[in-house]
Ligand binder design. Structure first.
Ligand code: SF4
Ligand code: SF4
Length: 254
């Protein structure tokens, strides 16, 4: 639980900062700090030598810094800093209160649905390239929530998208992160290489699977000597849930 308190403190602070910027108190728009904007701007930058729409060099710098972070520590950004990941986790916890044992999507269905995030990434890049506008803003929960349904959102369509994402997260924690987040899709190949990861001592493990139950991404930690899984956020929930002392630990290895 201790690491969860630390993590939630950090997530609350970052979410508060985004709200502060979204209310117009900062010198820049909150959009200037969106790392996915760094990906969206690449195409326009290479093609026309300029950033698309509201994007700028800060988006690109953040994106590069995050890719370095992912190589160092997998998708830590998603578990320790992203407000949308935070909301996805909280919704999953609230939804979890309704189930004695939460229904989990089967491996094949879960794997198939994860392909959607690559489709979202492709759509975001193609539309931004073709129009020079951030056409998918109206479907992006980060933008819709923190802009308060601002410029470029789509009224009831944006609201419906938010409702679907929220209801999805009540059943499957991190619903948006798992299936729809294009930033997660960009991180995937780098996350597999992530140096800092969870290691399991096979000899001391009782294979009780408490770690898997605690994992917001349903990663089968109890079957792995090292958690190389692309979706691991190093959130440490598995480590905290393990009833055996010292079986799981955070380690730095290739
Ligand atoms: S919770 Fe700990 S003891 Fe149980 S399966 Fe996971 S690593 Fe092994
Ligand atoms: S495997 Fe452990 S550290 Fe990784 S996401 Fe799951 S609970 Fe978090």
């Amino acid at each position: 639980m201790k690491s969860r308190y630390l993590r939630y403190t950090m997530l609350v602070a970052i979410t508060g900062l985004v709200i502060y910027l979204a209310l117009g108190y900062g010198s820049r728009s909150f959009e200037a700090y969106c790392p996915f904007g760094g990906v969206e701007s690449l195409w326009g930058l290479f093609s026309y030598g300029e950033f698309s729409c509201a994007l700028g060099p800060l988006n690109l710098s953040l994106m590069i810094a995050l890719l370095v972070l992912v190589i160092l520590s997998k998708k830590s950004f998603c578990g320790w800093a992203c407000p949308i990941g935070f909301l996805g986790e909280l919704f999953g916890r609230v939804g979890g209160l309704a189930w004695e044992r939460r229904p989990r999507p089967g491996r094949r269905l879960n794997g198939a649905l994860k392909l959607l995030r690559y489709a979202v990434l492709a759509l975001a890049l193609v539309f931004t390239y073709k129009t020079g506008e951030l056409i998918l803003r109206g479907y992006d929960p980060f933008y819709v929530i923190f802009s308060g349904f601002g410029h470029g959102t789509l009224g009831t369509i944006s609201a419906a998208v938010l409702v679907v994402i929220g209801l999805g997260a009540l059943i499957v924690p991190m619903f948006f992160c798992r299936y729809l987040c294009p930033l997660g899709a960009v991180f995937d190949p780098f996350s597999r290489l992530g140096i800092v990861k969870i290691a399991r001592n096979k000899e001391a493990c009782t294979e009780c699977a408490e770690c898997e139950k605690a994992c917001p991404h349903d990663i089968r930690v109890h079957e792995m000597p090292l958690v190389r899984h692309r979706d691991c956020t190093n959130c440490l929930e598995c480590l905290d849930s393990c009833p055996e002392q010292g079986v799981l630990k955070l380690t730095a290895t290739l």
